[in-house]
Design a binder for this molecule. Structure first.
Ligand code: FMN
Length: 168
């Protein structure tokens, strides 16, 4: 028998990202792991309402999502990065293996949180992490994962099978 531990946040692990928005000429960064995918053309970024970055995102109506890998994890907490601007003007972390430029389409409000529902304007990937078909190779990219209950980072990268290949 499984034990019911009540209403717990247990949908982990999730990828660790650094969300970026411009504040005039300078970027602002926030480490965020409560992110998700909606349908096939929207992503979600969930931010505590008091964060400084929220009003910058609303001002520009855009943000960047920078994937954290093991290489940049030690830097991720510092929130200081070399950056370049993407085509839509969001800050892209130079050392991040993959970054997504997003346009804010909607904001879903819950108590003390604003979840930004975004469309995807562009996806910037280090070429070494693209396979022959031009698809992102997460086997080499290895995003770092996060889980809230014990506040730890987890590793990714190992392939355990092709999807839909486990049928008898
Ligand atoms: C691993 C990790 C994951 C985090 N995930 C989120 C998140 O999903 N949403 C959020 O609002 N804050 C998250 N935070 C907290 C923010 O990164 C942190 O509070 C913020 O950078 C402080 O910004 P402020 O000074 O504007 O409040 C996370 C922090 C860590 C260390």
């Amino acid at each position: 028998m499984k034990k019911n531990i009540g209403s717990a946040l247990a949908l982990y692990p999730t990828p660790v990202t650094v969300i970026g928005a411009m504040n005039g000429e300078n970027p602002t960064w926030t480490l965020v792991a409560h992110i998700g995918i909606i349908g096939h053309d929207r992503v979600l970024v969930s931010l505590a309402a008091p964060h400084h970055i929220n009003h910058l995102i609303k001002e520009g109506n855009k943000l960047s999502i920078n994937i954290v890998d093991e290489k940049i994890l030690p830097k991720a907490d510092s929130e200081v990065f070399d950056f370049e601007l993407g085509e839509e003007g969001t800050p892209i972390i130079k050392e991040a293996p993959l970054a997504i430029e997003c346009k804010v389409e909607d904001i879903y409000n819950t108590q003390n949180f604003e979840s930004f529902i975004c469309s995807i304007s562009g996806t910037y990937v280090e070429e070494e992490h693209l396979n022959e078909e031009g698809k992102v190779n997460y086997n080499t990219l290895k995003p770092v994962l996060f889980e809230f209950p014990t506040y730890e980072y987890l590793k990714t990268g190992e392939v355990i099978g092709k999807c839909l290949s486990f049928k008898e």
